[in-house]
Design a binder for this molecule. Structure first.
Ligand SMILES: Cc1cc2nc3c(=O)[nH]c(=O)nc-3n(C[C@H](O)[C@H](O)[C@H](O)COP(=O)(O)O)c2cc1C
Ligand code: SF4
Length: 464
């Protein structure tokens, strides 16, 4: 294990005034990684990225160098680099400051990736709501063209490479790499059947790599500073620094850069500790689609392998912290409605299952749950997980199954009391709909007092 704790490796230029300006960027080692890359053969660049052990920062942690080596070189078709800047996973906001504060870092990474893959063009698929990132990147790209880093003859190398931004319309599913490609091509963003994979059939049916912002931005640092520099942090299987978004019930939520291997407890301390009078109850390691873990697992080192061993996934680096004053049922209900809403509708388990999961969780959270709902939830999750077309559906069920695993008693308590034990007034005015006999929805909210449940169980009054 390398050194742990807070570091300033990829974020060290965030505080430099006007670093979004190319001259300032160049004064702070800017485009040095690209200069190194121009001295190397494409295969050598890929080899260095492989040696660094850099793993994809977009969620799955796939080794970046290996992904690049899969991109077909001999098809006679143009090759494309696509940067996934959709950043839609709940709790994730670590790519945004990189693009807003230090946009040339990503532009430089995109050019280096282009050289490594013999690509002709790069696209940055940018989350639509990220207007400031869009402005910063647009300016950076224009300046890079003016300085000859982009265009017909990249720094006199005789190689052509162009770069464009594609602003997305704001759909979580368009972060899934094949849905992203469909959206980029102008179609409705829905996942594609794989194989074939983007490495052979990506944008316009041509060989393509799709990588996260942080993965791409890391490469110039690795080329400039070397593999040993990168590997001074983290473990053999999870080397390097990691940009984190720490959110939830901590004193100072925000962006942090840490060495992989830093424990979650250390990161909570880094973020100022828990809010006054609150104790850690549960946390999500990397966005809401990664299974939640309870407080007693917070001493786990933040690495791909250790988090997996603890029963979850590192995901995007979005650490979400929840306290003993928060109802896990309410949190899971909110997330489930997000996934239900964001389901692209292509396959039945996710489209229909998401709706029913949302209904059941709303019923429990608003005090109208039935004991048999817990088994129903598990059964539904079982029929969705691994049976849908893409990973959105797996992400939808993971908060439910993990919360039932660790906090089943709390679900039972909600049902027994007919109310949230957290004293939150059940919101009977929203999100609960029932079918009328005609198959449509009842327009009126359900009655304030649940009549059809808990006849043998105590209702209200907190006496359960
Ligand atoms: C529903 C869904 C949403 C996703 N959203 C993002 C995203 O916003 N940004 C991202 O980089 N990867 C996202 N991914 C993962 C991508 O499909 C892909 O694995 C990633 O961009 C690969 O980059 P990497 O190899 O650098 O990690 C998402 C996946 C799914 C299933
Ligand atoms: S799992 Fe959900 S998001 Fe993915 S293809 Fe099916 S319906 Fe669409």
């Amino acid at each position: 294990m390398g050194t742990t704790g807070q570091v300033s490796a990829m974020s060290y230029r965030y505080d430099v005034p006007n670093v979004g300006d190319i001259d300032v960027y160049e004064e702070h080692d800017g485009y040095e990684g690209l200069r190194k890359a121009l001295e190397m053969e494409p295969a050598e660049i890929i080899e260095v990225v492989k040696e660094s052990g850099l793993r994809g920062r977009g969620g799955a942690g796939f080794p970046t160098g290996m992904k690049w080596s899969f991109v077909a070189q001999d098809t006679g078709k143009p090759i494309y680099v696509v940067c996934n800047a959709d950043e839609g996973e709940p709790g994730t906001f670590k790519d945004r400051p990189l693009m807003e504060y230090d946009p040339h870092q990503l532009v430089e990474g995109m050019i280096v990736a282009g050289l490594a893959l013999n690509a002709v063009m790069g696209y940055i698929y940018l989350r639509g709501e990220y207007a400031a990132s869009g402005r910063a990147l647009t300016k950076a790209i224009r300046q890079a063209y003016d300085k000859g880093y982009l265009g017909a003859d990249v720094m006199g190398s005789g190689k052509r490479y162009d770069l464009a931004i594609h602003r997305a319309a704001g759909a979580y599913i368009c972060g899934e790499e094949t849905a992203l490609l469909d959206s980029l091509e102008g179609r409705r963003g829905q996942p594609r059947l794989r194989p074939p994979f983007p490495a052979t059939h990506g944008v316009y049916g041509c060989p393509t790599t799709v990588n996260n912002v942080e993965s791409i931005a890391a490469v110039p640092f690795i080329l400039r500073n070397g593999v040993d520099w990168w590997r001074q942090w983290g473990t053999e299987k999870s080397p390097g620094p990691k940009l984190m978004s720490i959110a939830g019930e901590v004193q100072n939520p925000g962006n942090y850069e840490v060495a992989l291997g830093t424990t979650v407890n250390e990161m909570i301390e880094m973020a100022g500790g828990m809010l006054e009078g609150r104790e850690l109850k549960f946390w999500c390691p990397g966005g809401s689609s990664t299974p939640m873990l309870p407080a007693d697992k917070a001493d786990v080192p933040y690495t791909f392998e250790a988090i997996q061993e603890a029963g979850s996934l590192l995901g995007t680096g979005a650490l979400m912290i929840y306290s003993d004053q928060t109802s896990v049922v309410s949190v899971v209900r909110r997330w489930t409605h997000f996934y239900e809403h964001e389901s692209c509708g292509k396959c039945t388990p996710c489209r229909e299952g998401g709706y029913w999961l949302g209904q059941i969780l709303t019923r429990i959270d608003t005090g109208m749950g039935r004991m048999e709902d817990l088994e129903l939830l598990e059964d539904l999750c079982d029929n969705i997980f691994g049976r849908a077309f893409c990973a959105l559906a797996d992400g939808m069920v993971s908060p439910i199954t993990s919360s039932l695993k660790y906090f089943r008693d709390e679900y039972v308590e909600h049902i027994r009391r007919g109310a949230s034990p957290y004293g939150v007034e059940p919101r009977r005015d929203i999100a609960t709909v029932e079918f009328s006999s005609g198959g449509g929805y009842l327009a009126d909210p359900p009655p304030a007092t649940p009549k059809h449940v808990l006849e043998t169980e105590p209702v209200g009054g907190g006496q359960a």
